[in-house]
Design a protein around this ligand. Structure first.
Ligand code: PXG
Length: 454
């Protein structure tokens, strides 16, 4: 712990003495101490040392409308005074959850008019697993239990979420995946496309779905789940051929399609949902993050009308959470959606700021360290390589972490997934802030290259 600021040291001591942090090496964190983030406004964070940092990740992909919107605080405060808690179990409901369900139906793809609320994206995907299996049981096909997912997909950190996800380092801890979940290849051309063109590789990766359906047997497959664009896996934008081929395959088999919209939902691609961007027509969509802009925890599953019709015949669905549709979270979600709609934030992303961000980001392609820049909407990835032509990586140099550290120390949060740098800024980022982001990114790429050449 290196800070000279006694307040920072005090907070770091609390971390040491009392806190176990998510996705962290506990021992290493004790040695270094966490960076303490104290306040935020717009697209900027401040830490306890007084550093101002451009948050290129919108928190953890969630702060869509930016930090510091009083309207959300006011909505929460008003709701807490009126009805701070009641549940949706046992034939009761409350206005905020019902109004939010309606508001979500209005922006969701056509024919998706019902929402099951959860407390997080992980709980949303646990709900998906149970709902898919219940659906097929009600339809008289209880053998259709298997869910097909993808290697390096991310679907959360609960037992079902981590199992659906394809992160092997997560599976290694705790005997995951649970039975009944199988994984196919991801459409990650830059990392795994070999000698194929992106289009050839997109078709190949999509064909793995059909292969797996045939291997497991259509009678045993309940659903395929996928993020329209993989987020935590490294902002993996599939080749143009991938989703059309997947849609063709899905049309041939009687299985449900689940779009995990936890990152892509609520405007990140420049459309309300990633499923709109790729015209995917899912049966279920998992949501969280942008639903409340991260101001308060909330997730859910949006369900297609035909699926609801079947579930309506199934008696009790024995599933739910104390905080399903929590009134305060619902009030915040409603206000967040009101702001997104009334300020036309998604439209502005699509027609103005995302095209600008994507154009400026691609200027980094000429940097000697950069093998590829890709992105859609307010999502971007920069691949760091040793050899641009062959896509060869530096071995065992931790290039991504070096770059990430330079970013952090130069006032920019840009995440590293291996040697892939990723960004997902608040949707409200301005042109000038995009310029700042790209300029800081370039400076940090220069610093990283210099470090590697030392
Ligand atoms: N699905 C997707 C696509 C996600 O990105 C979840 C489900 C789970 O949501 P909850 O609310 O349970 O966290 C996520 C979450 C990272 C990172 O390292 C990404 C997430 C969570 C934690 C870390 O990028 N995404």
């Amino acid at each position: 712990m290196s800070s000279n600021n006694p307040q920072t040291r005090e907070w770091q001591a609390l971390s040491n003495d009392h806190h176990l942090a998510p996705f962290s090496d506990f021992k290493q964190l004790k040695e270094k101490g966490p960076r303490i983030i104290t306040n935020a406004k717009g697209v900027y964070l401040w830490d306890s040392e007084g550093n101002k940092i451009l948050d290129g990740m919108a928190g953890l992909w969630c702060v869509a409308i930016g930090y510091g919107r009083d309207e959300l605080a006011d909505a929460a405060s008003k709701q807490m005074r009126e009805l701070p808690y009641y549940n949706l179990f046992f034939q009761t409901a409350h206005p905020p959850a019902l109004q939010l369900a309606k508001a979500i139906s209005e922006i969701a793809p056509q024919g998706m008019n019902h929402v099951f609320f959860t407390g997080s994206g992980s709980e949303g995907n646990d709900t998906v697993l149970r709902m898919v299996r219940h659906y097929w049981a009600v339809k008289g096909k209880p053998s259709k239990k298997v869910i097909i997912s993808r290697i390096n997909g991310y679907h959360g950190s609960t037992v079902a979420g981590a199992s659906l996800g394809g992160m092997t380092y997560m599976h290694e801890q705790g005997d995951l995946p649970i039975p009944g979940i199988v994984h196919i290849a991801q459409p990650y051309w830059f990392g795994e496309g070999g000698d194929m063109t992106p289009d050839e590789f997109g078709v190949w990766a999509a064909e793995q779905l059909e292969k797996k359906i045939l291997e497991v047997g259509e009678d045993n497959v309940g659903a395929f789940i996928a993020e329209p664009i993989q987020g935590a896996g490294g902002v993996i934008v599939p080749p143009a051929t991938y989703w059309p081929k997947i849609k063709e395959i899905l049309a041939r088999y009687d299985i449900l399609f689940v779009a995990d919209e936890v990152i892509c939902g609520f405007g990140r691609t420049g459309e309300w949902f990633g499923s709109d961007f790729y015209d995917l027509k899912p049966d279920l969509m998992t949501i969280a993050k942008g639903l409340t802009s991260g101001y308060i925890p909330m997730g859910g599953v949006i369900v297609r009308d035909e699926v609801v019709k079947v579930l309506n015949e199934g008696g009790d669905f024995n599933h739910g959470f104390t905080y399903s549709g929590h009134p305060v979270a619902a009030a915040v979600g409603l206000e967040n959606i009101r702001i997104l709609r009334e300020e036309k934030i998604v439209e502005r992303v699509k027609s103005e700021t995302a095209p600008y961000l994507q154009k400026r980001l691609r200027e980094l392609s000429d940097h000697p360290l950069v093998g590829e820049v890709r992105g859609v909407g307010m999502l971007g990835a920069i691949e760091l390589v040793k050899d641009k032509a062959t896509r060869e990586r530096y071995v065992d140099r931790g290039v991504g972490m070096i770059c990430r550290t330079f970013c952090f120390n130069n006032g920019l949060i840009m995440r590293a997934v291996g040697d892939t740098m990723i960004i997902s800024p608040p949707l409200v980022i301005s042109f000038a802030e995009i310029d700042e982001l790209v300029e800081k990114a370039r400076k940090c790429l220069d610093l990283t290259l210099a470090e590697l050449q030392k």
